[in-house]
Design a protein around this ligand. Structure first.
Ligand SMILES: CC(C)(COP(=O)(O)OP(=O)(O)OC[C@H]1O[C@@H](n2cnc3c(N)ncnc32)[C@H](O)[C@@H]1OP(=O)(O)O)[C@@H](O)C(=O)NCCC(=O)NCCS
Length: 212
């Protein structure tokens, strides 16, 4: 079901975050069978998302290690990246499962790798997906994550793959909450003590955006 062709999100009418958007079908459930999972998304002229592959391991590892202390403040997994082979294993597993149970994309900004945007859970039969993201500190505050998530949602809606998008984040994670709120996600509730980050446990906001 994966699609090797480029999905040029920028060529579609804009919804205000740099990535164009085909309008979601009015009645999503009636719109027909899902299309292929996109592997390449051109978000803007200088920003693209590409399905992760095993050869990305050196660049992903360099980015994670450079940002590790910062990432450990808001995410649990970075503290378990202890050696290069951990990232090799991650990239291989993510590539193997791409488009099946999840979909991890590397963000390329003016060429180099800037971060990762992913569907940590991709449930196409149910039309639901959970979104995750992190970006290099040097690339923050330019709107790259917001534009990338918008482009992903546009593409997956257009292919009738996902109807309901979810972002979950620890309640104090203001930059992550801002991404969801900037994109029009609705805060559906709070899960008590749902997220462990290091030795601390946090309540978690659930944000969702649905196609109809
Ligand atoms: C969460 C995280 C990905 C957000 O990154 P970010 O750079 O703030 O998000 P964006 O790329 O969408 O940029 C938004 C910022 O750019 C600014 N911006 C500039 N141009 C913009 C544009 N064209 N469109 C939107 N925002 C723009 C916004 O004002 C905003 O800055 P502000 O928060 O000071 O108002 C980042 O902080 C991160 O990697 N954190 C660590 C990992 C993490 O916590 N991940 C989420 C776990 S739930």
């Amino acid at each position: 079901m994966n699609d090797e062709r480029e999905f040029n999100a920028g060529s579609i009418p804009d919804q205000g975050h740099g990535a164009g958007a085909p309008a979601a079908p009015a009645r999503w459930r009636d719109a027909g069978r899902p299309g292929p999972v996109p592997r390449l998304l051109q978000v803007t002229e200088s920003l693209r998302l590409r399905a992760i592959t095993p050869p990305d391991a050196p660049d992903v590892h360099a980015l994670v290690t450079r940002n590790q202390p910062r990432l450990c403040h808001t995410l649990h997994w970075p503290r378990f990246i202890r050696q290069y082979s951990d990232t090799v294993d991650f990239c291989k597993k993510a590539a193997d499962t791409f488009g099946k149970s999840n979909a991890v994309y590397v963000m390329e900004h003016d060429g180099p790798l800037a971060g990762v945007v992913s569907f940590n859970v991709l449930d196409v039969p149910n039309g639901c997906a959970d979104i995750g993201y992190w970006i290099d500190q040097r690339q923050e505050k330019q709107g790259l994550v917001t534009a990338s998530v918008q482009a992903l949602m546009n593409a997956y809606r257009a292919q009738r793959l996902v109807r309901r998008f979810v972002i979950m984040c620890a309640t104090p994670n203001q930059p992550s909450r801002a991404v969801a709120e900037r994109l029009g996600f609705v805060r559906e509730g709070v899960l008590a003590q749902a997220e462990k980050i290091g030795d601390e446990v946090f309540d978690q906001y659930v944000y969702a955006l649905t196609a109809d």
